[in-house]
Design a binder for this molecule. Structure first.
Ligand SMILES: *[C@@H]1O[C@H](CO)[C@@H](O)[C@H](O)[C@H]1NC(C)=O
Ligand SMILES: *[C@@H]1O[C@H](CO)[C@@H](O)[C@H](O)[C@H]1NC(C)=O
Ligand SMILES: *[C@@H]1O[C@H](CO)[C@@H](O)[C@H](O)[C@H]1NC(C)=O
Ligand SMILES: *[C@@H]1O[C@H](CO)[C@@H](O)[C@H](O)[C@H]1NC(C)=O
Length: 405
């Protein structure tokens, strides 16, 4: 399902492009330091895995972006605009905010609307649900460079506006977080009929170049702590398992090998590229932190009971309808409509409840539950599944508080 039709794409361009007429400022270099400081702010990029409300502010009410109940059923956000997230509750970045004792990261569009009057001093979220990496998508105008350009505009506005009440001291010790990105490019290609091998050959190398370019641009603008997560195993996603039902081989978990392979190839090349970049930045105190999102999730799928998940539904969407994976792309979480039954005929379904989200890893066929995000965030904050640097651990570096988890 396309995220936006052409009408909305034009709307998006009207909203976004006035912002982009500024050029990035000359770099404001952070103080070089060999000892790594605990981050005082996070600037977050990416897609729906980390979007705390940008797409809802940009294009409210779009069918594909309507977050009807039971979205948000597991957590009540008391900040302005409430939930606006593709999950039953908090995302990984929300748990990060809570552990660091920061307010939830506000979406950049709220900052712009409010004229920087919300609490942004601990970071801002530039992620948009549906965002892709390559600039030529017919599905969405938001790609990674657009998010980065918004960051540059934002930074310039902050640096040039005299706001004594808003200290800028956070900039040198900010962390820049690019979690998994690029899976929407792959999914959109699959929807258009591309095979996994075509994606590996034609889309993957270009996507990788963009991610590397974005890391370089962040570095050039003064970023010295850059966190990059790799891609999740898409062959384990209920929507992919449903769309390509019966097109094995399946792995021992029950995931589709050839779709996972695409993410594995991407992740391997990403690791090589980032390791090379880290090497070239080693004299200026830059830290590129690589988090292994793929294997963190694989751990949940492999040992579900150990983390409180029901093993018999580990690959099923919590919020969905029908089929072996509780997913039907015609009527998805929070939506209603007629579905065709395998026995013939149609049935009206209204997916307005989703019981036991705590027992599920997968939320709506595409995204994950708060329970899964909580464990991934705990891994991330406690030094598990880091590819590089080995032994890196925020819990040792920072004074974290897990009491709200
Ligand atoms: C975007 O570019 C990729 C890589 O060149 C290509 O495979 C894909 O078909 C393009 N997509 C669109 C929508 O033009
Ligand atoms: C979705 O709707 C289309 C068009 O009505 C129909 O052809 C298709 O079988 C439906 N798919 C499912 C999985 O129900
Ligand atoms: C579902 O099917 C019923 C009976 O055919 C029809 O009256 C109704 O309009 C359909 N609803 C939707 C949302 O398509
Ligand atoms: C679906 O169920 C919810 C909750 O019961 C209800 O508010 C909503 O009106 C229903 N939608 C339809 C189309 O029946």
């Amino acid at each position: 399902m396309p995220l936006m039709n052409s009408h909305e794409v034009i709307l998006v361009q009207m909203v976004l492009f006035p912002l982009l007429t500024y050029l990035p400022t000359s770099a404001t270099r952070s103080l070089l330091s060999n000892s790594f400081p605990c981050p005082q702010a996070f600037f977050i990029f990416g897609d729906s895995i980390t979007d705390t409300g940008n797409i809802q502010l940009l294009a409210p009410g779009l069918a594909a972006t309507t977050l009807n109940y039971p979205y948000g059923e597991s957590y009540t956000f008391t900040n302005e605009r409430g939930h606006n997230r593709y999950s039953d509750g908090r995302l990984i970045v929300d748990f990060i905010a809570q552990a660091f004792g920061f307010p939830f990261f506000e979406p950049i569009l709220l900052e712009l609307e409010k004229g920087f009057k919300t609490d942004y001093t601990h970071g801002v979220d530039f992620a948009y649900s549906g965002a892709v990496v390559l600039p030529n998508s017919t599905v969405t105008p938001i790609h990674l460079q657009v998010e980065l350009d918004q960051f540059f505009v934002y930074k310039k506005a902050l640096l040039s506006s005299p706001q004594p009440s808003t200290p800028l001291s956070f900039l040198p010790t900010a962390a820049y977080l690019i979690p998994e990105i690029g899976i929407n490019d792959f999914t959109n290609a699959y929807v258009e009929g591309a095979s996994p091998q075509t994606v590996i050959d034609e889309i993957l190398p270009k996507s990788l170049n963009v991610v590397v370019s974005v890391v370089k641009q962040l570095h050039a603008s003064g970023a010295r702590t850059i966190i990059v997560g790799n891609q999740p195993p898409q062959g384990c996603s209920s929507s992919i398992l449903t769309a390509f039902l019966g097109t094995g081989p399946y792995d021992t978990i029950g995931c589709l090998d050839k779709y996972n392979k695409v993410n594995k190839v991407f992740n391997k090349k990403l690791k090589q590229a980032l390791t090379k970049l880290q090497e070239s930045y080693k004299t200026d105190g830059t830290l590129i932190i690589q988090f292994d999102f793929y294997n963190a999730l694989t751990e949940l799928y492999t040992n579900p009971a150990q983390y409180g998940f029901n093993p018999s539904t580990k690959l099923e969407a919590c919020c969905g309808f029908g089929g072996p994976y509780n997913y039907n792309r015609n009527v998805t979480c929070g939506d209603s409509g007629n579905v065709s039954l395998s026995t013939g005929g149609t049935q009206f379904v209204n997916i307005s409840t989703a019981p036991n989200p705590k027992e599920h890893i997968e939320w709506d066929g595409i995204h994950f539950t708060q329970a899964a995000y909580k464990i991934i965030a705990s891994f991330f904050l406690s030094g598990h599944f880091f590819i590089s640097p080995l032994g890196f651990n925020f819990k040792h570096l920072c004074n974290l508080d897990f009491s709200q988890f």
